[in-house]
Design a binder for this molecule. Structure first.
Ligand code: GLC
Ligand code: MG
Length: 448
């Protein structure tokens, strides 16, 4: 029903930008047809576990996504956060770059890395909405404590309020606002946050709008998985045909909603795992594709995975590199020899400092650094892996390689030329440049 409603609105507004924006962001070139899987995930306490200072489940998800899904699937983050507070989280946590970002509880939709806003969506939210009236009416409730200025947005007015008061205030407010001619939606989340939005906004409506646009273009993802933990996520679970996972740490108000509204829906599970680990669990549960993160593979030689994907190749190499510097693998010459066998002996690595060196020399240097990061919470992840086959056995692979060491975080935009041999990929040439603003203070400390 939600979908039909949005479809009607959709026809009324001046046309949407979803397809054009996705094309501009280069996403449609990558996904030639329908996405195999679209994951639409909340961030706080769903993708991101604030109790996990090492971000292990998030890093497990990242490795899984870049190895097996990035090339033909869509990653959508749908958060209650405003653009500024989303940016803060990105600077703090190892989040991947999503293809689509839905912000401020479904009131803002943006596309691609550069986050091009969907102005059609914003325009559509103005119907029966007047922010000033909302502010005026809510000021009559002293129990409502306004959230910080950065969380207040054109189509979102947010407060904190105690659980015991919330229900009563919500019903009073809807009545008052309706009398003043507005059509609003009031959502309570995490037992503390109260958001007032236009009725046509929200995480569910925003997702329905995206799906509707995909449908117009005949590109509805084969599968959609929505992931959440709190009240503002529940709407996403009402969209027809989507799979849903409530992570194990879901909030009371969300579990309550599930009991009353969706208990018999076989497409929704309450995971036994927390946050991103619950998302991985759901991928397995609904058989949506590979569900073993490369981070969970101890010995790549023994596992039967698709070694012919450039994404998997890149993820695997950097995992082995991380394990070497964290001393999580045995210090053996064989390990370095195995790594070397994947690199062309005459291949050149152009270091971000501009210095050119043969691959094998770089690997010899790396070999000396065994265990140097055991005490630095050292982590490596790759983002936005993309690849193009440019010859019968040649691939050009591009990705963002991130490294976290202590409080320092660096990133290089990386291009690798690989050739595919019967037993896997060989790295032929590699070039890195610093991502603007994330250059290492000591450039010589950067290995790969
Ligand atoms: C996020 C937002 C906050 C909102 C809450 C619930 O925490 O920052 O403004 O109230 O989500 O939607
Ligand atoms: Mg959340």
């Amino acid at each position: 029903m939600l979908l039909a409603k949005v479809a009607t609105h959709y026809r009324k507004i001046r046309g949407t930008k979803t397809m054009k924006s996705l094309a501009d962001a280069g996403l449609l070139d990558r996904i030639n047809g329908s996405a195999r899987l679209m994951i639409v995930s909340d961030l706080d306490s769903t993708m991101v576990d604030h109790d996990d200072s090492e971000n292990l489940s998030l890093l497990r998800f990242n490795a899984l996504w870049e190895a097996y899904y990035r090339h033909d699937s869509l990653l959508v983050f749908s958060t209650g956060r405003s653009p500024t507070s989303y940016q803060k989280l990105r600077n703090k946590k190892p989040l991947l770059t999503p293809d689509i970002t839905i912000l401020s509880v479904g009131t803002e939709i943006t596309y691609g890395e550069s986050m091009v806003p969907d102005t059609g969506w914003t325009h559509h939210l103005n119907r029966k909405w007047n922010r000033d009236i909302v502010v005026e009416e809510t000021a009559k409730f002293p129990e409502l404590a306004p959230q910080s200025e950065t969380q207040q947005r054109p189509h979102k007015v947010s407060f904190f309020v105690e659980k015991v008061k919330a229900l009563e205030i919500m019903s009073f407010l809807s009545e008052h606002l309706e009398k003043r001619g507005l059509d609003v939606k009031i959502i309570y989340s995490s037992g503390i946050a109260l958001d007032i939005l236009p009725k046509s906004a929200g995480k569910g409506e925003a997702l329905a709008y995206l799906l509707q646009n995909f449908e117009v273009d005949g590109k509805v993802p084969l599968h959609t998985l929505v992931c959440g933990d709190s009240g503002n996520d529940s709407e996403m679970f009402t969209i027809p045909k989507v799979h849903g996972v409530m992570v194990s740490n879901a909030q009371d108000e969300f579990l309550q909603w599930y009991k009353q509204n969706a208990k018999n829906n076989p497409n929704i599970i309450h995971a036994t795992e927390r946050c991103a680990a619950g998302i991985i669990q759901a991928i397995g549960n609904f058989c949506l594709g590979p569900n073993v993160s490369p981070r969970d593979i101890k010995d790549f030689k023994k596992c039967n995975v698709d070694i012919f994907s450039p994404g998997h190749e890149v993820v695997k190499f950097y995992l082995l590199y991380e394990r070497w510097r964290r001393a999580e693998v045995d210090k053996s010459e064989q390990f370095v020899k195995n790594l070397k066998s994947g690199f062309c002996p005459f291949g050149i690595f152009v270091h971000p400092s501009g210095i050119e060196q043969p691959f094998h020399q770089c690997l010899d240097y790396m070999a000396k650094l065994y265990g140097d990061k055991t005490e630095h919470q050292f982590r490596v992840w790759v983002d936005r892996v993309s690849s193009a086959q440019i010859g019968s056995d040649t691939w050009l692979v591009r990705f963002y390689k991130w490294e976290l060491s202590g409080d320092e975080r660096q990133c290089c935009v990386t291009t690798v030329l690989m050739s595919l041999k019967p037993d896997g990929f060989t790295w032929v040439h590699m070039h890195q440049t610093w991502l603007e603003g994330s250059r290492a203070r000591d450039q010589t400390a950067w290995c790969f």
